[in-house]
Design a protein. Structure first.
Length: 348
């Protein structure tokens, strides 16, 4: 059994389609041919050179290495890893069907395999950093082979998707000997890599009640005056916030913060909506480090004008966007610095 990474579009725009259809698609634009007829890699390479005539040979050769496995290497029983671009989670499934080609399908969904998505919304922070390096590879399709990842991921599946690794912060160990090489050759998403490191440190430093302190600091950095409920019974609200120096401005917010090990369910959302009414607030903010169950996600549009949901992805984004204005205590615990790198287009 092998484990493969699939990308659901550059920005994760096809993620819901992958999950709802129970499939993985090879989302290569205009590649409307039956790949089963191209078991010869050279013939497929020649075809792609003609199809993508404006692309460089090395680029097409790289694409070939991602396209060819769909029909010729991936097997039933193999596992598929789908890193989410919408949330800080990982989806994992098992290939259940042979390669299929549908010439009448909408571009770019001509090629697919049936998948049983048996594990969805696994927090990225559950995985060791070197495995996350592999998940961050800049490829639409690739096989995970480094650092005995296949065996370790299988063990995680038997341990409720947790790892026994005690080292939460990434260190240079025998398991990450190739880290420098990967970074130097830009084979991993450096932005995702950095966010993963920051994420692991945040949850180490701000577990439990301290997560409320972090969220309160972010709100203050955004210009809100806050009231933080004392630890204990909170009537469904951890933080009250409103703009202006005295906190008498609008909008008035009720914030509930959860840092539990499991996604938040619908009753917690309903409790916050009730608190908004009870406190005379305008809006609510539900914060959950480990995300939300589908029963909550389905309500995003229904409560769009009333409630915002912050999962790990949103917390990290708000943390980075407001870092300069955060409390000094937080900056000491999570020290960051900006790094500028040169980005040269491929054709230059």
């Amino acid at each position: 059994m092998a484990i493969w990474i699939f990308r659901a579009g550059k920005s994760g725009e096809f993620e819901n389609k992958f999950l709802n259809d129970g499939r993985v698609y090879l989302t290569w634009e205009d590649l409307n041919i039956d790949l089963a007829n191209y078991s010869d890699r050279q013939k497929l390479y020649d075809y792609m050179l003609d199809l993508y005539v404006n692309s460089k040979k090395n680029t097409v050769r790289n694409w070939l290495g991602q396209v060819y496995p769909m029909a010729n290497k991936i097997q039933k029983g193999d596992w598929v890893v789908l890193p989410s671009k919408q949330k800080s989670v990982i989806h994992i499934g098992e290939i259940k069907g042979d390669y299929k080609y549908d010439k009448k399908a909408k571009n770019p969904f001509y090629h697919y395999r049936e998948v049983n998505w048996f594990a969805q919304d696994i927090p990225r922070s559950n995985f060791d950093q070197d495995i996350l390096y592999s998940f961050g590879a800049f490829m639409t399709v690739c096989q995970i082979q480094r650092n005995n990842s296949e065996e370790r991921i299988k063990k995680m599946s038997k341990n409720n998707w947790s790892t026994k690794t005690s080292d939460i912060i990434s260190k240079r160990t025998e398991l990450s000997d190739n880290e420098d090489e990967l970074i130097e050759n830009s084979l991993i998403d450096l932005e995702e890599f950095s966010k993963d490191q920051i994420s692991k440190l945040i949850i180490r430093k701000f577990q439990g009640h301290r997560m409320e302190f972090l969220i309160e600091s972010i709100l203050k950095a955004k210009g809100y005056t806050t009231y933080h409920s004392p630890e204990g019974a909170d009537k469904g609200v951890d933080i009250l916030a409103a703009p202006s120096q005295m906190g008498f401005g609008n909008p008035k917010l009720c914030i509930q913060v959860k840092s539990t090990d499991t996604p938040i369910d619908r009753p917690t959302l309903d409790q916050l909506i009730g608190a908004i009414h009870n406190f005379g607030a305008d809006h609510g903010l539900l914060v959950s480090w480990n995300g939300f169950k589908n029963s909550v996600e389905k309500e995003r549009s229904t409560h769009f004008f009333k409630v915002r949901l912050w999962g790990q992805k949103e917390i990290i984004e708000e943390f980075l966007n407001n870092y300069d204005k955060l409390d000094d205590e937080i900056k000491v615990e999570i020290p960051l610095k900006k790094v500028w790198t040169l980005s040269i287009p491929e054709n230059e």
